[in-house]
Design a protein around this ligand. Structure first.
Ligand SMILES: Cc1cc2nc3c(=O)[nH]c(=O)nc-3n(C[C@H](O)[C@H](O)[C@H](O)COP(=O)(O)OP(=O)(O)OC[C@H]3O[C@@H](n4cnc5c(N)ncnc54)[C@H](O)[C@@H]3O)c2cc1C
Ligand SMILES: NC(=O)c1ccc[n+]([C@@H]2O[C@H](COP(=O)([O-])OP(=O)(O)OC[C@H]3O[C@@H](n4cnc5c(N)ncnc54)[C@H](O)[C@@H]3O)[C@@H](O)[C@H]2O)c1
Ligand code: SF4
Ligand code: FES
Length: 806
């Protein structure tokens, strides 16, 4: 097998790998280096995260299991710093050297940061990755005033997000018109009016010359001497290609890494794709052209004869609620162009098509973009418009008539280059009936998602009488089925299904092996429904749960033994120290959940280490109760009103190993000073005079969320009863991989309070919980006792994946 290495784990690069896996699945042994500590995610949706419409888990395109399934060695959080083109080898910032036969550079871009005094102050950021997004969300929780520099696509989407987060937002723009590269002055003016109505304040034609403040930003100074206050500054003034690693090894670069029509760089066997690549003097910053490049490169690298990449015409839209705009091609008139215009100031609609020699060369639409796909097709296909009515009021109403009239080669999903014809063919030949399935099968809708309404219409039109609106819209478990979570649970109960295989057979999964999304979910639901009698299907679990250890990015594992309530003993500490020495553990670290993690353990050492430790698994890897963090409480602290350690230990001993839809963390504080941070836990307990307050749905991770008060109880046994009922209700009604915070938001706190207020309901939930808890056995001990388990799971091999440990 040839060795294929890719630098960069972003949207364009990983799409190229997906294409290679389609065309030449057996040809390459693939290694990917990604500087960010995550699997491949949908960067486009960072705007939606900031605007509060989604969360990080939802925007992961390829989870870690995908890399494993496709035998891709992934090094996350690791940057390639050098390419030795003579030896055909890359070297990472961690000193790792990997040889290649073929090398793809897909390093994307960085935010352009103004080189002005103060640009390095705390509170100044670009908007490019999850880290930037998290920083903005955190700042919004603490500070009031944001300034976004740059009134382009990114700046306006960032500004909308910061408004949603409750900040006051100024947008500083250098030019007289917003989005001047995409809009003409009329459309730009309409956009500005609408955004002002939404609460944005614009400082136009301002050039920032200094960022003010001591350590943290306090304001901005402009060239005209005026100043403005700021607690947070977001620079959204364009991007610059990440080309240094190529440049340093002698690959020819200009604005980006220069490539030919087959994405080949100036050095043999080295290719570039995505925002880091410059093709015919163009560097693209939207996914549609980058995915086209990816396809061309995949063909080239797999040895297939394919079309060359000849450049792209791009169309843009702004992802801000309440704004409907589209722009493509040329914006400004010259002596050779003629405009066709509709300007309805009253309804806020403006459309202008720029033509030259009977061809459309530019489109700007504001307020009504229904005709954009048709016009964009006419532009890209260079259709002669003589005699064609450009703007028809009946056109583009989005119903089946429009779909029928739409030619097969009309582009429906701009991001992924998917035509109506391709979607219709997939529906007909693959028997697709839901939007999810069409997306999974064709890629349509997988990026920005704005084409989904049209894809739905095509589904309706193609299926005709067989179209069922409820089926089409429902979110199926995954692309292997049309079955939703509710239907799956109902069918398991009604048909008495008892195994993952049986579920997939009886419910006619279209992929008999299932996938990494549906198998763990089915396994969970079966265990939840059949309580004590279900035999867990270990091979259907997510990889860390299957191994009962967290896989680290270098292929080693972490071992985190249980320390109930974060309390340990001298004897246990001694044992941990001896084991760490004996097995040459490279890192011993206190985790965020008040326990000790041993990191960098070889897979084949796991059973031996567990045996010597002789401590239960801390389940630091599981969709289960992770930890119960406690403060020292009334036993030692002079403020403590309750025994937080005793409650923490009781909770952890009772609920450890319980399968839950997602991980659950608890915290117990003995007084409202809340040293155990119970206010950002899935369930938090705060001691007060004469009782406990129970808080739920907190989250301290990417989606920072303060917990809500569920209720107040008097005794520790009432705490246990309420917690048992709450956890069981979560187990029975949440979607698999839905955190408690999202679950409560979906159901509504009031609803959950009402359900749990009823004594009989609580009793029934606790009975089911107790029945379930009986079945669990200690997994590390089981592995020590069973040669079969050791042979199957703990013999030497190589898997790579990044992971988390708490
Ligand atoms: C907030 C936001 C909203 C957007 N909205 C849209 C939209 O609506 N429509 C649209 O079409 N486009 C949009 N874009 C642009 C789109 O996301 C990018 O065009 C696309 O992600 C580029 O893909 P890429 O693979 O070239 O780069 P990236 O996705 O940036 O991936 C490059 C990866 O390489 C890694 N890397 C860099 N150097 C190294 C190294 N030396 N070693 C290892 N790894 C390295 C980086 O950390 C990064 O993870 C948006 C971008 C942002 C930031
Ligand atoms: N909806 C979308 O398609 C979308 C959304 C976000 C980002 N993106 C992509 O992300 C990339 C970055 O977006 P962007 O908006 O930063 O880049 P951009 O180049 O499109 O826009 C930058 C804007 O900042 C302005 N500007 C430049 N210097 C300035 C200064 N000193 N002060 C104030 N304003 C200044 C420019 O006039 C320009 O309008 C682009 O490739 C874009 O296509 C796309
Ligand atoms: S939460 Fe209260 S009782 Fe617990 S350690 Fe802090 S101050 Fe003491
Ligand atoms: S147009 Fe963006 S995903 Fe289809």
């Amino acid at each position: 097998m040839k060795k294929l290495v890719m630098i960069g784990n972003g949207m364009a690069g990983v799409r190229t790998i997906e294409e290679i896996l389609k065309t030449a699945p057996e040809q390459f042994d693939i290694t990917i280096f990604g500087q960010e500590p995550y699997p491949n995610y949908n960067r486009i949706k960072l705007s939606n995260i900031l605007q509060g419409d989604t969360n990080f888990e939802e925007i992961i395109i390829n989870p870690l299991e995908w890399y494993k399934e496709n035998q891709i060695q992934l090094f996350t959080g690791e940057a390639v710093v050098k390419i030795d083109v003579e030896a055909k080898r890359v070297i990472s910032d961690q000193g790792r050297e990997v040889d290649y036969d073929e090398l793809i550079i897909a390093t994307g871009s960085n935010s352009f940061i103004l080189p002005i005094p103060g640009a390095d102050k705390i509170g100044v950021t670009g908007f490019r990755d999850i880290k930037d997004c998290e920083m903005m969300i955190k700042s919004a929780a603490q500070y009031k005033k944001a300034v976004v520099i740059g009134g382009g696509l990114l700046g306006l989407e960032a500004a909308r997000g910061l408004l949603n987060l409750g900040m006051k937002v100024d947008v500083v723009h250098l030019m007289p018109n917003l989005m001047e590269r995409q809009l003409d002055p009329i459309a730009s003016h309409m956009l500005k009016n609408e955004l002002e109505a939404q609460g944005m304040n614009f400082l136009m034609e301002k050039e920032t010359v200094e960022i003010l403040g001591d350590e943290r930003v306090t304001g901005l100074r402009f060239k005209d001497g005026s100043e403005v206050d700021a607690d947070l500054v977001v620079m959204a003034i364009g991007i610059k290609s990440n080309k240094e690693v190529a440049k340093n090894c002698g690959i020819y670069v200009n604005r980006g890494i220069v490539v030919n029509d087959f994405m080949e760089t100036s050095v043999p066997h080295v290719y570039a794709v995505g925002e880091c690549a410059e093709h015919r003097e163009m560097v693209y910053g939207l996914v549609a052209p980058l995915y086209e490049q990816g396809k061309v490169l995949a063909n080239r690298i797999s040895g297939l004869v394919g079309e060359p990449y000849q450049g792209s015409i791009t169309g843009t839209q702004l992802k801000v609620a309440g704004i409907d705009l589209f722009s493509a091609g040329e914006i400004f008139e010259d002596g050779s162009t003629k405009s066709i215009m509709v300007y309805n100031e009253y309804d806020g609609i403006y459309k202008r098509v720029l033509t030259r020699n009977n061809l459309i060369v530019g489109i700007v639409q504001y307020g009504d973009t229904k005709e954009s796909t048709k016009l964009f097709r006419m532009l890209t296909k260079k259709e002669d418009i003589s005699g064609t009515a450009i703007f028809q009021t009946e056109c583009g109403t989005g119903d089946s008539n429009d779909v029928a009239a739409m030619p097969n080669d009309e582009l429906v999903c701009g991001c992924n280059g998917i035509t109506k014809g391709a979607i219709v063919e997939a529906i007909q030949t693959q028997g697709l009936t839901t939007l999810d399935q069409v997306s999974h099968c064709t890629n349509a809708g997988r990026s920005c998602g704005r084409c989904k309404p049209m894809v739905s219409q095509i589904l309706k039109y193609t299926l005709g009488d067989q179209f069922d609106a409820a089926t089409a819209q429902k979110t199926s478990i995954c692309g292997c089925t049309t079955v939703s979570r509710e239907e799956l649970v109902e069918e398991i109960k009604a048909k008495g299904l008892t195994s993952v295989k049986e579920v997939m057979n009886v419910l006619e999964w279209n992929n008999e092996e299932g996938c990494t999304k549906c198998r763990p979910a089915i396994n969970y639901y079966l265990g939840m429904i059949h309580m004590d009698e279900y035999k867990d299907d270990r091979d259907s679990r997510l990889v860390n749960e299957k191994m009962h250890a967290n896989i680290q990015k270098d292929g080693t594992y972490s071992v985190v033994p249980r320390m109930y309530g974060g309390i340990t003993t001298a004897a246990d500490l001694k044992k941990i120290a001896e084991v760490a020495e004996k097995f040459n553990v490279p890192l011993v670290k206190l985790t965020g959940g008040q326990r000790i993690g041993l990191f960098g353990v070889k897979k084949e050492d796991l059973p031996g280490m567990w045996e010597e430790l002789d401590m239960p698994s801390g389940y630091a890897y599981g969709k289960t109760l992770r930890t119960v963090k406690t403060c020292v409480g009334a036993q030692f602290c002079r403020y403590g009103t309750q025994d937080s350690m005793a409650l923490g230990i009781e909770l952890e001993k009772k609920f450890e190993r319980l399968d839950t839809p997602h991980k659950v963390k608890m915290g117990v504080s003995a007084c409202p000073r809340n040293c155990s941070e119970a206010g950002i836990k899935d369930i938090g307990f705060v001691g007060i005079d004469g009782g406990w307050e129970i808080y739920v749905a907190g989250n301290g991770g990417v989606d920072l969320r303060p917990a809500d008060l569920l209720c107040t109880v008097k005794t520790q046994s009432e705490v246990m009863e309420m917690t048992g009922a709450y956890m069981q209700y979560y187990r029975e009604t949440a979607n698999y991989l839905e955190r408690t915070s999202k679950w409560v938001e979906r159901l509504g706190l009031k609803h959950v309070q009402e359900v749990l207020a009823d004594h009989e309901t609580r009793k029934a939930l606790n009975e089911r919980m107790d029945k379930t808890l009986k079945k669990y056995i200690e997994p590390w001990n089981e592995a020590i006792q069973s040669e079969e388990i050791q042979d199957k799971y703990y013999v030497k091999h190589t898997i790579m994946a990044g992971s988390e440990t708490k």
